[in-house]
Design a protein around this ligand. Structure first.
Ligand code: SF4
Length: 446
């Protein structure tokens, strides 16, 4: 038994990568856990290694007015096996000195919870865990999040955490805390009902530049390149009332004006979900901006949803198009036909969206994909009058395309997740070259 009210430290780790930028990224899962622990009587503290607004930053890195911005970065050596990639490799986030200072300022934790993100970012996570271990040698370190779920065995073997847990942690976090501290509390929410969750503890941040909103979890589809079904096997939705109340809460109490929709399937069953949410936002007169970095389903865009999104303040609309080879896409997904795409673009334009506001993600670097087909897709999207946004493919374990990616790759993807980094085009069997990236960038921007 440790104490009546255990101290729990939650940590968002560093990123190690060739490139990283804050496109409305926040550890929403970790901050849901922080909030749940707080509601149940634990003392929580939060250290964000990616904090773009750390108090020690003399001059803030330039930020867009919509919440996005650059991370601080420090050049570091490339990981073993990637030395030949002609790109700089960096640790993104605050300096090690600031992290150590921040850790010396928090109450001694009884348990440390660390989250994880992209599978190939694990070197930054491991470095964070090493620093945490040095700062608090006796505190158990529990690791969860996306990498921990997708690469569980790798994390158990190599991360240095005392415990790795897969999946969403809400169901068992209180049990885990009890196991490590002896602290127990009656459950004040229902893990199966998203509406009963307390809002994520974004108030632990020293500046809230934007708020991510999850109106649902999971996705009813199963595209071969996506791990949504593995990370969130059950599609769960919130009521429109609860979503609108949360948006109002952050806007009124913290003056937040930018919201990033983290849903994988916001427009699915729009009649009962997105439409009442959008109507509620418009009806409440909330003057904010919405961004959809996770993309929305093209097939579900109707005249009505396009109009409502525009009127509700959607500013950055990303469409999950992936390719315009509509006849050949059945092995990838069943998202959209050519007619549905053209119709959706028309609805968005008629609603008032400009070319710069609407972008279509196009997958580049798929196993066996030739560059010509990506160029073709870029051209088709441009002709439709919206912006092509190349999205470089990263092979993900537990997805339909994984085995094919493993066979195609010039790297041993199964041995080391660091090789799944989309920045190195892991599924090309030729060496990395800047040529393709520069060409796709140029064609998209022209
Ligand atoms: S890519 Fe989008 S539609 Fe397909 S499974 Fe993932 S979240 Fe669902």
């Amino acid at each position: 038994m440790i104490s009546d009210t255990p101290n729990i430290l939650l940590v968002n780790p560093w990123i190690h990568d060739f490139a990283a930028y804050d496109y409305w990224a926040k550890p929403i899962g970790l901050l849901y856990l922080a909030s749940i622990l707080r509601v149940h009587g634990c003392k929580v503290t939060y250290v964000d290694c990616l904090n773009r607004f750390h108090p020690d930053i003399k001059k803030h890195t330039p930020s867009k007015t919509d919440g996005r911005g650059s991370y601080l970065k420090t050049a570091i050596p490339k990981p073993e096996g990637l030395e030949d990639i002609p790109r700089n490799y960096s640790r993104y986030g605050i300096s090690e000195e600031w992290l150590r200072k921040d850790l010396s300022d928090v109450p001694k934790p009884d348990v440390i919870l660390v989250t994880s993100h992209m599978t190939y970012w694990y070197p930054g996570l491991f470095e964070t865990i090493r620093v945490l271990r040095e700062a608090f040698p006796s505190a158990p370190i529990l690791l969860g999040g996306i990498y921990a779920t997708l690469c569980y065995d790798h994390a158990v073997k190599h991360s240095g955490a005392d415990r790795v847990f897969a999946g969403t942690g809400e169901k068992f976090i209180l049990e885990l805390i009890k196991e490590y501290t002896g602290f127990s509390a009656d459950m004040k929410f229902d893990p199966k009902a998203l509406d009963s969750y307390p809002y994520p503890a974004f108030d632990l941040e020293n500046k809230i530049a934007f708020i991510p909103i999850l109106t649902s979890r999971g996705c009813p589809f199963s595209c071969s390149y996506c791990a949504s079904h593995f990370l969130n096997p059950k599609w769960m939705i919130r009521t429109p009332e609860s979503v609108i109340a949360e948006i109002k809460y952050w806007h009124e109490k913290y003056k937040v004006e930018d919201f990033a929709l983290y849903d994988d399937a916001f427009l699915t069953d729009a009649k009962n979900h997105a439409i009442p949410i959008l109507e509620g936002i418009i009806g409440a007169g909330i003057n904010v901006r919405f961004h959809t970095p996770n993309a929305i389903h093209i097939r579900e865009i109707s005249k009505q949803t396009a109009n409502l999104m525009f009127r509700a303040g959607f500013q950055t609309v990303r469409l999950g198009l992936e390719t315009t080879l509509f006849e050949k896409r059945s092995s990838l997904d069943h998202k959209v036909s050519e007619d549905e795409f053209n119709q959706a673009v028309l609805f968005l334009k008629e609603a008032g969206f400009s070319k710069n506001q609407v972008g279509a993600y196009l997958l580049a670097g798929l196993p066996g994909q030739d560059t010509g087909s990506i160029i073709e897709s870029i051209k088709t999207v441009k002709e439709s009058g919206i912006t092509p946004v190349p999205a470089y493919y990263s092979p993900i374990p537990h997805t339909g395309l994984w085995e094919k990616a493993v066979l195609c790759s010039r790297y041993d993807l199964k041995k080391d997740p660091v090789f799944t980094n989309n920045a190195i085009f892991p599924c090309r069997n030729e060496a990395f070259s800047w040529e393709i990236i520069s060409l796709l960038k140029k064609l998209s921007a022209e």
